[in-house]
Design a protein around this ligand. Structure first.
Ligand code: F6P
Length: 363
């Protein structure tokens, strides 16, 4: 029998289980493959005792409709920068990639499928360079990987954000308020831009287009004087003003990333300080965007990615990541997969169209 190991790393994302099921269903057709899952990304391999479970058809049946990941995940156990708590309470990051490679070689898997975002695919690349037969599957609700036209989870997050936005519109209208809704998007404003267009926002603030607070106040005033007397704003958690910053600067213990969240409150204060007299309320959507059942689109994309990932393993086509390119399911080398992020381009048609719809980016 041949053996394949699957794992999910980084933040969770609707569609992860659909990928696992896609791999499992396609593998079962070959009759001579067994599927295993490492619990909590590579921790399942690194930890003693190891936590590696056999993914039987009973375990994977029907999981494509479930959010989260049946394999659990973590964004605080990068084997290349593994956080080790020190006696003085500080955290030291160490490289455990050689230890991981030794352990994986002993386990003797014929293929390892790593489902994860940018950070996870950088790990895939290191492991592949050290001789592990790795295949990557891209995931992130932020849609910030340039090697694929879209990641699964993104559409679901946009739908959740749009549903919430619609609810905030009716209450904004009733109270003549300014409603600020904060969505995820650490470095890329895709969720914010799509939600702003889908919901019909007046203002959309994204990391790629720093805003001028005075332009926002003007836009709000205009809407109160000449428009409908209420304003709905979408802001990505990584948005920034032209001068200064409104995001957190301190990381969470053991995490390589600064923990974002809360710019809606900062923006609210900035608007008031800059002379906005309207009543303002803030909503931080947070992790609801990552939870729950994946949309039909994301189930399809994730399932197809799963099937493709297994087929790459079958062909021994390692060191590659599956991707959606021009409506085709393809694979790209792992180095290409992690080379550059996918940002919203300020002069792209998406942004121009949003501006054509009257949405201000504050630039
Ligand atoms: O996956 C990326 C993301 O959705 C970012 O937009 C956000 O900053 C981050 O996850 C939050 O992750 P967590 O709270 O799980 O560390």
């Amino acid at each position: 029998m041949k053996k394949i190991l699957v794992l999910t790393g980084g933040g969770d994302c609707p569609g992860l289980n659909a990928v696992i099921r896609g791999i499992a269903k396609r593998a079962r057709k070959e009759k001579n493959w067994e599927l295993y899952g490492s619990i909590e990304a590579f921790n399942g391999v690194l930890n003693e005792p190891q936590e590696i479970v056999k993914l039987t058809s009973k375990r994977t049946a029907g999981i494509h409709v479930r959010g989260g990941t049946i394999l659990k995940t973590t964004n605080k156990s990068n084997p290349i920068k593994y956080p080790v708590p020190q006696p003085d309470g500080s955290i030291k990051f160490i490289d455990r990639s050689d230890e991981l490679v030794d352990k994986l070689k002993k386990l003797d898997f014929d293929a390892v499928i790593n489902i994860g975002g940018d950070g996870s695919q950088k790990i895939s690349k290191v492991l592949h360079d050290k001789g592990i037969p790795v295949i990557g599957v891209p995931k992130t609700i932020d849609n910030d990987l340039s090697a694929t036209d879209m990641t699964f989870g993104f559409q679901t997050a946009v739908q959740i954000a749009t549903d919430s936005f619609d609810k905030l519109v009716t209450t904004a209208e009733s109270h003549h308020r300014v409603m600020i809704m904060e969505v995820m998007g650490r470095d890329a404003g895709w969720i914010a831009a799509h939600t702003a267009i889908a919901g019909g926002a007046e203002i959309c603030l994204i990391p790629e287009i720093p805003y001028n607070i005075h332009k926002l106040v003007e836009r709000i005033q205009h809407r109160y004087v000449k428009g409908r007397g209420f304003v709905n704003i979408v802001i990505a958690e990584g948005a920034k003003p032209k001068e200064g910053t409104i995001t957190a600067t301190v990381g969470e213990k053991g995490s390589e990333h600064v923990r974002l969240g809360g710019v809606a409150y900062q923006l609210s204060k900035q608007l008031k300080d800059a002379g906005c007299r309207a009543e303002i309320r803030e909503t931080v959507l947070g992790h609801v965007q990552r939870g729950g059942t994946p949309s039909a689109f994301d189930r399809v994309l994730a399932s197809v990615f799963g099937v493709k990932a297994f087929e790459l393993a079958l062909e021994k086509n390692f060191g590659r990541m599956v991707a959606l390119k021009n409506n085709q399911i393809v694979s790209v080398p792992l180095e290409e997969a992690t080379q550059k992020p996918n940002f919203v381009i300020p002069d792209s048609y998406l942004v121009q169209a949003a501006k054509g719809l009257g949405i201000s980016f504050g630039d």
